[in-house]
Ligand binder design. Structure first.
Ligand SMILES: [Zn+2]
Length: 132
């Protein structure tokens, strides 16, 4: 879709720090992380609203989020990985995967600009923990 920042990321028109991808989904670091390790998983196809996402893509997003959450949890040592979906700021379905230790760790007001080198190192760390 034209002018969609995530569609541009998928096409490589806007750079991103990729963690992982398969044929239908793409995972990358959030450049304004709420917590260290904050990443996003998105469908490669433009879909506006999570509950309008058709099967099998809907299930695939959550299956892949689960797979990524394991690697994210072990690489950050977080108590759990939280999941947030709103899709207001960018109208392309995206699941926020955020390492959490406390009740307010998903608060988007806590997000701040990340250091690109640190984000790249984190992506590498998560990738090393990824197993099939
Ligand atoms: Zn899009």
């Amino acid at each position: 879709m034209k002018n969609c920042i995530f569609c541009k990321i998928i096409k490589g028109e806007i750079p991103s720090i990729k963690v992982w991808e398969d044929a239908e989904t793409y995972a990358f670091m959030d450049i304004n992380p709420t917590r260290p390790g904050h990443m996003l998983i998105i469908p490669k196809k433009h879909v506006d609203y999570i509950f309008e996402t058709e099967e099998p893509l809907f299930t695939k997003l959550f299956v892949n989020a689960k797979k990524l959450s394991k690697a994210l949890k072990s690489s950050t040592g977080a108590l759990k990985i939280g999941l947030a979906i709103e899709g207001i700021a960018v109208r392309h379905v995206h699941l926020h995967l955020i390492p959490v230790n406390n009740v307010n760790d998903l608060d988007p007001c806590k997000s701040k600009k990340g250091n690109i080198e640190e984000l790249k190192q984190m992506a590498e760390k998560i990738r090393k923990e990824l197993k099939d």
